[in-house]
Design a protein around this ligand. Structure first.
Ligand SMILES: *[C@@H]1O[C@H](CO)[C@@H](O)[C@H](O)[C@H]1NC(C)=O
Ligand SMILES: *[C@@H]1O[C@H](CO)[C@@H](O)[C@H](O)[C@H]1NC(C)=O
Ligand SMILES: [Mn+2]
Length: 365
């Protein structure tokens, strides 16, 4: 009888324990779902976009003149996994791999836009840049092959400054890189994200790139430690722009300059093709990443400083009234709208000394 009682007692204890476990696990997963949902950029009100209070500003690490704290830096900047570095496959190459952090970096840079720049002078200043805006370090094997994609239309003045500042920086960063300016042909309404998709496709036709940096033409980094390469998570590089008072405008902000490995890009089916006009396409990209369980990697607010060349709103790039509706449905649309549904035609492909310019017809809304 006593033995029987103790058996019942033990069984009860076990049942209670199992119930408790079950509830904990359920609550855990529910909270996780909520978390992912809240981190989505959904149906934001127009005025909520930029004037929202900033709950989570970037840590301001040190002042401009202080060196960056090296130890924490390394932790958040893990190199993405190199796919094909099989030593046995490269018998001819004697070059050693470049170091994880380039020894050529100098840190904070002076960036201004009231100086005269000319393509001839930039070419003279960068004798190692090859036709089409290609470069690879001479004395070591670059860790990544980076295609830099710049969506473009009628911004030649900005492009000059971009080339003037970026070529020296990218060379110091010891990247194997190419610069692709994707020029939207005609005067139809602008489509930034579709041009980025075109850049991805066209760059891969030329070289086996494994990393893609997507950059607006008017954004210049103010520190060469902000390396234009890929990381184990998609990277947002323009984290503290002068335009936004050197802060992130909001936590999910992914506009300006970003980078993604080929794998990361393919995982989200590339970018949307149907955001015509200004705004929202970067939020859609963020939603794609979040829905695939990826997070955003960022440099510190200090290293991530950058300047934007001031300009008026372009013609044929008015705010897209459909953007709020579109970003509310990324999850449903992303699998049919992206690199798998991209259509365009190349109008002209030009190799200049400092960049490759691809003029494309991307159609109209
Ligand atoms: C980072 O640390 C290494 C040694 O650990 C040192 O050689 C290098 O100069 C440091 N870089 C910076 C930017 O402080
Ligand atoms: C919100 O503002 C940012 C910064 O200007 C912009 O990149 C983004 O596309 C905007 N999103 C929407 C939905 O307007
Ligand atoms: Mn701009």
């Amino acid at each position: 009888m006593a033995a029987n009682f103790s058996l019942i007692h033990r069984t009860c204890k076990l049942v209670v324990l199992l119930c408790f476990l079950h509830i904990s696990v359920t609550v855990f997963f529910y909270v996780r779902t909520l978390d992912i949902r809240f981190s989505f950029v959904q149906n934001q009100q127009p005025r909520a976009n930029l004037s929202r209070p900033r709950h989570d500003p970037l840590p301001a690490r040190g002042s401009r003149t202080e060196p960056v704290d090296n130890s924490t830096w390394k932790g958040e900047d893990r190199q993405m996994d190199e796919p094909d570095q099989d030593a046995t496959e490269e018998p001819a190459k004697e070059l050693e791999k470049c170091p994880e952090t380039s020894p050529l970096l100098v840190g904070p840079l002076r960036v201004e836009f009231n100086i005269p720049v000319s393509l001839e002078q930039i070419k003279k200043d960068n004798p190692n840049v090859q036709l089409g805006g290609r470069f690879r370090p001479r004395d070591c094997l670059a860790l990544q092959k980076v295609a830099i994609i710049i969506p473009f239309r009628k911004r030649d003045e900005h492009l000059k400054f971009w080339l003037y500042y970026l070529h020296p920086i990218l060379q110091r960063q010891q990247l194997d890189y190419g610069v692709y300016v994707i020029n939207q042909d005609g005067d139809e309404i602008f489509n930034r994200a579709k041009l980025l998709n075109v850049g991805y496709m066209e760059a891969l036709k030329e070289y086996d790139y494994n990393c893609f940096v997507f950059s607006d033409v008017d954004l210049i980094p103010m520190d060469d430690r902000n390396t234009y390469r890929c990381f184990s998570q998609p990277r947002h590089l323009s984290v503290s722009m002068d335009k936004f008072g050197f802060r992130l405008p909001y936590n999910q902000y992914f506009g300006g300059v970003s980078s993604m490995s080929k794998e990361q890009y393919l995982k989200i089916n590339g970018f949307p093709n149907n955001y015509w006009g200004w705004g929202g396409e970067d939020d859609d990209i963020y939603n794609r990443l979040a829905s695939k369980g990826m997070s955003i990697s960022r440099p510190s607010g200090d290293v991530g400083k950058c300047r934007m060349i001031r300009h008026n709103r372009d013609k044929q790039n008015d705010p897209n009234p459909q953007r709020f509706d579109r970003i509310a449905h990324t999850r449903e649309t992303m699998h049919k709208d992206g690199i798998n549904s991209l259509t365009y035609s190349v109008v002209q492909l030009e190799k200049f000394d400092l960049f490759t310019k691809i003029t494309v017809n991307v159609g109209k809304p």
